[in-house]
Design a protein around this ligand. Structure first.
Ligand code: GLA
Length: 382
């Protein structure tokens, strides 16, 4: 059964009858441009063809009751939330409703059921998908119009920054909101302009899940984000988007901060070059940029792990692989590889074998296509 069918079935089981609204929100994978968004920089993600689906129906009363196929406990969230009462997945539901209310949107109570094909905490943005599904679902339940992608993404980001406590940038939420089938999106995280970048038909995108989850991801992430902010302050710029390689080299920053800043500045340049390479259909050049991005994230940003190294090496050494790199926050989770589409299955199997031989662990490989962003599906689900 698809995630949308499972969401409807779970709804019927938990609340009886049919939902009135069904929303799907995809995950995302970032092809290049990591740890640049929290510095107003450039990123090149795509929404993937794996969804989180939310089936819901308005109810009388000032609360949203939600069940998830992955969680044993049902959550009941006050509408609008008055203080942070929920932990874990329900905290994302609560934070999103809080951000919607703060942005002036009308809210009503509802019953909902969540089903998802996205692995949780793996780096495919299962949390941003949940936030966007809840935002669109709650607005539909209240018969309210959804704001544009940028505003929707901002409020989902606010939920994460101010409610959940993760100082993330805007990339995940905007990629999930604005994704386009068959294309990646070059996003300027300062202006929130999104430019579609066609993906070459002869290439396939593999998401390589190391199977490692870092409980401390958010604290490691927040540490890196603060380091970048300190580097920007020392260089006298609002964010590292405004610095260039020379400013960083001459900035007399403490050594670690200099390396963090060097990564961000060089990564922005690689994203720009990548968009040109892809527009010109030059996959080989793009693959080299992916590799350079990985080295920078490992050496300068120190966001890699032994498992990420092993999987990037396993995929990158296969004939037919154009490039591989860690993707997203790092510190565990997933890598991404761009490979010859005709050989995708063989490369996936060989990568899993090589990774197991190197680490004794099993990897999961998803062959992903670029998909459309989050949306309310059809009309009334009845
Ligand atoms: C996480 C964050 C994003 C982004 C990436 C790294 O996915 O949520 O905002 O910073 O890490 O590029």
């Amino acid at each position: 059964m698809s995630a949308s069918e499972r969401a409807v079935a779970l709804f019927a089981e938990a609340w009886g009858g049919w939902p009135t609204t069904l929303v799907r929100a995809p995950g995302r994978v970032n092809l290049i441009g990591d740890h640049t968004d929290h510095q107003d920089g450039l990123v090149l993600p795509m929404a993937v063809d794996r969804d989180t689906c939310l089936a819901l129906r308005p109810r009388a009363g000032a609360s949203a009751r939600v069940v998830s196929e992955h969680e044993r406990e049902r959550a009941t969230v006050r509408v609008p939330p008055s203080g942070s009462a929920q932990r874990g997945w329900a905290g994302y539901v609560e934070g999103t409703l809080w951000a919607l209310a703060g942005d002036g949107h009308p809210l009503v109570g509802w019953d909902g059921a969540v089903a998802s094909d996205l692995p949780v905490g793996a780096g495919l943005s299962s949390s941003a998908a949940l936030e966007l599904a809840v935002a669109l679902g709650a607005l539909a339940a209240a018969d309210a119009e959804a704001p544009d992608h940028a505003r929707l993404a901002r409020l989902a980001q606010r939920a994460e920054n101010e409610w959940v406590g993760m100082s993330c940038g805007i990339m995940d939420q905007l990629a999930v909101a604005a994704g386009e089938s068959g294309r990646a999106l070059m996003i300027d995280c300062r202006t929130l302009a999104c430019r579609p970048v066609p993906l070459p038909a002869e290439a396939a995108v593999l998401v390589l899940d190391t199977g490692t989850r870092r409980e401390l991801t958010s604290s490691a992430y927040n540490t890196r984000q603060r380091e970048c902010q300190r580097a920007a302050e020392s260089l006298g710029v609002a964010s590292l988007r405004d610095a260039d390689a020379e400013t960083v080299a001459r900035g007399r920053l403490p050594e670690a901060l200099e390396r963090r800043a060097r990564h961000v500045v060089s990564e922005n340049a690689r994203v720009r070059q990548s968009a040109y390479a892809l527009a010109a259909g030059d996959i080989v050049a793009f693959g080299r940029l992916m590799e350079a991005s990985h080295s920078s994230l490992r050496d300068d940003f120190e966001a890699s792990t032994a498992e990420l190294e092993a999987i990037v090496e396993a995929a990158g050494s296969q004939p037919g692989c154009f490039g591989a790199r860690l993707t997203g926050a790092g510190f565990g989770g997933c890598a991404v590889a761009l490979v010859d589409a005709a050989r995708a299955e063989g490369i996936s199997a060989a990568t899993r074998d090589a990774y197991r031989a190197a680490t004794g662990r099993d990897a999961t490989v998803h062959v992903c296509a670029a998909a459309d962003g989050a949306a309310v599906m059809g009309g009334d689900a009845r």
